[in-house]
Write a protein that binds this ligand. Structure first.
Ligand code: NAD
Length: 368
């Protein structure tokens, strides 16, 4: 297994700590990057993957700094990685060793990410006294069960639709990745009259201009393992989903799926980024030139981390949903208005908004 490469990219925001971990007993190799803690202890997920690198963890930690600052949370950004394949490794043992190794790293609050889950967070909490994304019985708010991120995407859509000149009632939606984020986003948008016309997952894609029945689609995915087996629609390739005739497109699976080679052919007038980094910078520039309203990931998909923060501070599910609705609506409006006024891409406006907040939080810290 590759060792973690040396890490040496520092800028005005961080990272404040890069800690490599190794436990010879269990074989656990890990890294924690605490990017910035000006607003409070850093919250961010623990990713378990065989190829996770220090560089990847550092980029994700910075993304959490921006996401948490934009969401107005009293938390900085951090992230952790454990180098192991969660399917074959003794995951609980590695998580336990990881938790013991970070016991004194009090400015980092772990949460679940790829390869870890509520059970992992219960282990971390029992060893360190801190973690988010806990099982309900331990005071957790099950964010994927309640659809916290999909709920936030629907709130973002309500505001962004005005900027895109779309009426949500009757608007047509395509979702890449009908998983936790995509399925709940489609469900909450259906409550506003939005019609799901195309959906994809790991096994393929399906479309129907008349609308796909979400419950039957979910049932097909549960039984057959993929939405592509759905009988009430036309089969598509995953790549064709991006080109479907629709008003709203939600990428909710893979990074970099909107690229320079397909951004010019997207028919949607509004792109809501459910996944993290679903579009390349070149693709975002093309969407902007074409007048397509594009709400960046860390603005639109912050519902999950807002829910985690409310959980950490002892709030209820209702508190979490209220906070998600208020913050994501406000941020979507602020970012899209600034982008329009200054004629800049929404991502530039979003980064400026988040960075201003981090800088302001940093201004209250005494210099060493
Ligand atoms: P998930 O595993 O529940 O769902 C992912 C879905 O994408 C699955 O249905 C899978 O079959 C599908 N998929 C995989 N490869 C695909 C491909 N090539 N084409 C089309 N579909 C494909 O994951 P999730 O929790 O819904 O997370 C999805 C994305 O959103 C990830 O990028 C995640 O980091 C990001 N995200 C999740 C949350 C959250 O609250 N869960 C919050 C913020 C961001």
């Amino acid at each position: 297994m590759a060792a973690f490469p040396e890490f040496a990219v520092f800028d005005e925001l961080g990272p404040s700590k890069v800690v490599h971990l190794y436990d010879p007993g269990s074989g656990m190799k890990g890294v924690v990057v605490v990017d910035n803690v000006a607003a409070g202890p850093a919250i961010g997920g623990v990713r378990m993957a065989a190829d996770v690198s220090t560089d990847e963890v550092a980029r994700l930690a910075r993304a959490m700094t921006l996401k948490n600052a934009a969401a107005g949370l009293p938390h900085g950004g951090g992230k952790a990685g454990i180098q192991a394949d969660p399917k074959t490794a003794d995951a609980s043992r590695l998580v336990l060793a990881f938790a013991r190794a970070i016991r004194d790293l009090a400015e980092y609050i772990p949460g679940p990410d790829m390869g870890t889950n509520e059970r992992s967070m219960a282990i971390v909490r029992s060893e360190t006294g801190r973690a988010v994304g806990l099982p309900r019985v331990l005071g957790g708010i099950p964010l994927d069960e309640i659809g916290a991120t999909g709920f936030g995407l629907a709130r973002s859509a309500e505001v962004a639709a005005e900027f895109a000149g779309i009426h949500l009632k009757g608007a047509r939606l395509a979702v890449e990745g009908l998983g936790n984020v995509g399925r709940h986003a489609a469900r909450f948008l259906a409550e506003l009259g939005v019609i799901l016309v195309a959906a994809s997952d790991r096994g393929g894609a399906v479309s129907c201009s008349e609308g796909l029945d979400l419950d039957r689609l979910a049932e097909t995915k549960r039984k057959a393992g993929t939405v592509a087996a759905f009988e009430g629609g036309r089969r598509l390739s995953q790549a064709e989903l991006f080109l479907v005739d629709c008003d709203i497109l939600i990428p909710a699976a893979r990074p970099d799926c909107i690229r320079a080679d397909n951004a010019g052919a997207i028919k949607a007038r509004l792109v809501l980024q459910g996944a993290n980094i679903p579009a390349t910078p070149e693709a975002e520039a093309i969407l902007h030139e074409r007048g397509i309203v594009n709400v960046p990931d860390f603005i639109a998909n912050a519902g999950g981390v807002i829910c985690a923060s409310v959980e950490y501070h002892g709030g209820t599910e209702a508190d979490a949903l209220r906070r998600i609705a208020n913050q994501i609506s406000r941020n979507t409006r602020e970012v899209l208005q600034r982008a329009r006024d200054e004629r800049i891409e929404p991502r530039r406006a979003a980064v400026a908004l988040a960075t201003d907040r981090v800088r302001e939080a940093m201004s209250y810290r005494m210099p060493c």
